[in-house]
Write a protein that binds this ligand. Structure first.
Ligand code: AMP
Length: 401
């Protein structure tokens, strides 16, 4: 089945056309600056032909029409008619408490998604525009929504209810939701295939470390806890986000700096994390370069990140009463071997025998075992593939129609 995977942002639309039968990506691209001046970058992956143009795209519907035009093109397209695009799968950041699995789009689903706006205003608004764009440009093509929060919906209540009056949860749905669930779900499943155990007995910690980072505890194939919270601001320090801190710091800094709630929110999301501590950059590569040049604050930023991840691994091992494997994934997790080594230092207590050489000589884009053959707990680097999960969920739901 040919499935168009769509990841709609407020002014962008990323896409991949998957052939789920052969498990290959036929084409991919990005519509950028939607509603502004408009730019499309498209690549057909069979013959490698590309197309780039600055074209006005007033809205997501126009962007989707342009994507379809590219996919149908004789030179850089890969299908002959619209009918060959059999389904659309949308990446949705927040499904609130309404969605615990992927669903086929209908009016009721769209109405529930509207109710998630409050929880992720920028993302949800953009997703709805992307969905409406596809409905307009490809009427009659079934659409499926795949939620980043769905994988975390199996968390038990003590893991997701905060220590504030219960009415806040009942009235405003203030609770832990988590994020990056599609990525955690993919790498956890890939890891479990490698473990010599029935799924129900497995205990895995997945570390999705990128610009945004989150750690999940996956017991018996199900998420039982995750580091991101009500919003993706919680957990470990990130590129520009502060991660967990004493909540009393919020009113303290607001008062000292004269910040409004919006300004404080922007401060915590955009000025903190690796950028705020190092004073250099939010990008891990720049921070690493600064460390090589002797920058102490850059070193502190990475030391904080490694220490926090280590603590999550410890606490999730306790929560699961054991551990079979740790998985590193996403931009930093897949590429930054020195951070992986920092995290894995002095972890023998947990039964981890980290293989420094395998870690240093890891192969990009492949599954790598980073622990010694006799390590009780396995350590893996597994490249994530959220689009593949979206395409296969979409195929499953649409095939059953
Ligand atoms: P993501 O959000 O998954 O795209 O990850 C972005 C983060 O991955 C940035 O902090 C990058 O610095 C980091 N990253 C990407 N490639 C590399 C690399 N080759 N070495 C170290 N960090 C990398």
């Amino acid at each position: 089945m040919n499935v168009l995977v769509v990841n709609a942002g407020s002014s962008s639309l990323k896409y991949q056309l998957f052939d789920t039968t052969r498990n290959v990506v036929l084409a991919k691209g990005l519509c950028d600056r939607i509603g502004l001046d408009g730019k499309i970058t498209h690549k057909q992956l069979i013959n490698g032909n590309t197309y780039e143009a600055e074209i006005s795209m007033p809205n997501h519907a126009e962007a989707t029409k342009l994507v379809v035009k590219c996919l149908l093109d004789d030179n850089y397209g890969c299908v002959k008619s619209m009918n060959e695009i059999e389904a659309v799968g949308h990446r949705i950041v927040h499904g609130g408490a309404y969605f615990s699995e992927s669903v086929l789009l209908n009016d009721d689903v769209l109405a529930k998604l509207e109710l998630c706006r409050d929880l992720a205003p920028l993302h949800t608004g953009a997703h709805i525009m992307g969905i409406q764009g596809c409905l307009e440009a490809m009427p009659g093509t079934p659409q499926v929504l795949v939620f980043d929060t769905a994988f975390h919906s199996t968390m038990p209540k003590p893991a997701y209810v905060y220590g504030i009056p219960y009415e806040m949860y009942e009235k405003y749905q203030v609770r832990r939701y988590g994020a990056h669930g599609t990525s955690h779900r993919y790498v956890a499943a890939e890891c479990i295939k490698l473990l010599d155990k029935p799924v129900e007995e497995t205990k895995v910690i997945t570390c999705h470390l990128g610009n945004g980072s989150s750690i999940s505890a996956v017991k018996g194939g199900k998420c039982i806890d995750t580091s991101m919270g009500f919003t993706p601001l919680a957990g470990v320090v990130m590129g520009t986000r502060c991660g967990d801190m004493d909540p009393a710091i919020v009113p303290f800094i607001m008062e000292k700096e004269g910040f409004t709630p919006d300004e404080m929110n922007a401060f915590m999301n955009k000025k903190c994390g690796l950028l705020g501590v190092s004073g250099v950059s939010s990008d891990c590569r720049d921070v690493n370069d600064a460390i090589d040049n002797g920058n102490e604050r850059a070193k502190l930023a990475i030391d904080i990140l490694a220490y926090q991840i280590k603590k999550y691994i410890g606490s999730y091992t306790a929560a699961m009463n054991g551990l079979d494997a740790i998985v590193f994934t996403a931009g930093i997790g897949e590429n930054n071997d020195s951070l992986r080594a920092d995290i894995m230092k002095d972890m023998e207590f947990f039964g981890i025998k980290f293989d420094e050489e395998a870690n240093k000589n890891f192969k990009r884009g492949e599954v790598n075992l980073l622990s010694a053959p006799d390590s009780k707990v396995k350590v893996y680097m597994i490249p994530t593939n959220e689009e593949l999960v979206i395409a296969s969920d979409t195929e499953k739901l649409v095939s059953a129609l």
